[in-house]
Design a protein around this ligand. Structure first.
Ligand code: SF4
Ligand code: SF4
Length: 64
């Protein structure tokens, strides 16, 4: 698991394929698929670890 940081994932909805890999990798259950697009559903639990970003195969996430 990545180190905590102040950064947070931002999803490019035009690039997201809805594969769900980021949802599965997030141990904090911050993410879920909403209408087949990754969405942040529990923002306050995010540690900024970047694991979701690392997992995305199509670079539909940025940490900022
Ligand atoms: S940065 Fe870490 S805690 Fe935050 S949504 Fe991604 S995997 Fe989950
Ligand atoms: S890993 Fe990337 S493409 Fe897959 S659901 Fe998450 S943001 Fe979308």
């Amino acid at each position: 698991m990545g180190e905590p940081s102040d950064k947070r994932p931002v999803i490019d909805v035009d690039e997201c394929t809805g594969c769900g890999l980021c949802v599965d990798v997030c141990e904090q259950e911050v993410l879920d698929l909403v209408d087949d697009i990754a969405s942040i559903v529990n923002a306050e639990a995010c540690t900024g670890c970047g694991d979701c970003f690392d997992e995305c195969p199509v670079e539909a996430m940025v940490m900022q």
